[in-house]
Design a protein around this ligand. Structure first.
Ligand code: PBG
Ligand code: ZN
Length: 327
């Protein structure tokens, strides 16, 4: 044995306590943001078929869901309003009594300390399902900015603690920052979904939020999955325009991008563990093919290890329970 020369890495893995002392990354319930879908109507609690355990709630059922999140010690939710009425310019997105604004008001009223994030986009509110306004089949950039700023201001007025624009028009952080400041919301942070890839992993979400584009795809505004350096250009622009947080989305197939952004910028990074990632785990778990609890905790941990400070995930409630040692 003496003549062999090698390192004994196993020395630090000998017991549970020793392993916990040298553990580099940890996962806490405080790391989570829980997404909630809110629909118009009464007494609705619709499970999304491709997302077992995730529901669309009407306002009268929202309270118990929020209570559960708060009781579990999850500090924040992001709300996705799904209106019945849609039109070409997404009027319901910036209506002071739109579904999202009402849901924000309700959530802040019930749990003032809960950090309520508003998703700021037009696709749930437009009849064509695109994230901006359209002329002759083209998604217009600058013309969409004004509507996004109006949406953000109406959400801030309703009490949103953070504005999270997800539409990928150029200049959306600048336009929203300007709009918020002008309306007196200079203390409201912007969590930019500026590194958002054009991804098949959003499929189940589009069923939940009724936001499938009615023609074409989102490739002229969302990023090409083949690109890495572009994520740095997007982040640089958003930081310069005043973003306070940066979201990388999806997360699991883009851990390298999370790391890249982490290594180049010092703002808080959010990993969005999206609907398709959730659906795959739930499907495999339902078949008994994987151990759901272990897979979920390992997956969420990997997002932290890649460099995320915060994880937006549909697994948040389960993971918070598991981290507390509950089943
Ligand atoms: C809307 C939006 C989408 C998601 C969050 N906000 C869908 C899309 O861009 O097509 C996806 C979230 C998920 O899949 O969990 N702009
Ligand atoms: Zn959108």
């Amino acid at each position: 044995m003496k003549e062999l020369n090698f390192n004994r890495h196993r020395r630090l893995r000998g017991s549970a306590n020793l392993r916990s002392m040298v553990r580099e990354t940890s996962l806490h319930k405080e790391d989570f943001i829980y997404p909630i879908f809110v629909v118009e109507g009464e007494n609705v609690k619709n499970e999304i078929s491709s997302m077992p355990g995730v529901f669309q709630f009407s306002m009268d059922n929202l309270g118990t869901e929020l209570d559960e999140v708060v009781d579990l010690g999850i500090p924040s939710v992001i709300l996705f309003g799904v209106p019945i009425e849609k039109d070409a310019v997404g009027t319901q997105a910036y209506h002071d009594h739109g579904i999202t604004q009402e849901a924000i008001r309700f959530a802040k009223n019930r749990h003032p300390e809960l950090v309520v994030i508003a998703d700021t986009c037009l696709c749930q509110y437009t009849d064509h399902g695109h994230c901006g306004v359209i002329e002759e089949g083209v998604i217009l950039n600058d013309e969409s900015l004004d509507l996004l700023a109006r949406t953000a201001v109406s959400q801030a007025k309703a009490g949103a603690d953070i504005i999270a624009p997800s539409n990928m028009m150029d200049g959306f952080v600048a336009a929203i920052r300007y709009g918020l400041d002008e309306a007196g919301f200079d203390n409201t942070p912007i969590m930019s979904y500026g590194v958002k890839y054009s991804s098949a992993y959003y499929g189940p979400f589009r069923e939940a939020a009724h936001s499938t584009p009615q023609f074409g795809d989102r490739k002229t505004y969302q990023m090409d999955p083949a690109n890495r350096m572009e994520a740095l250009r997007e982040t640089a622009s958003d930081v310069q325009e005043g973003a306070d947080f940066m979201i990388v989305k999806p997360a699991l197939s883009y851990l390298d991008i999370i790391r890249e952004v982490r290594d180049n910028f010092d703002i808080p990074i959010v990993a969005y563990n999206v609907s398709g990632e959730y659906a795959m785990v739930k499907a495999a778990a339902a078949n008994g093919w994987i151990d759901e609890k272990k897979i979920v905790l390992e997956t969420l941990l990997s997002m932290k290890r890649a460099g995320a400070d915060i994880v937006m995930t549909y697994h948040a409630k389960d993971a918070a329970r598991w981290l507390e040692g509950k089943e």
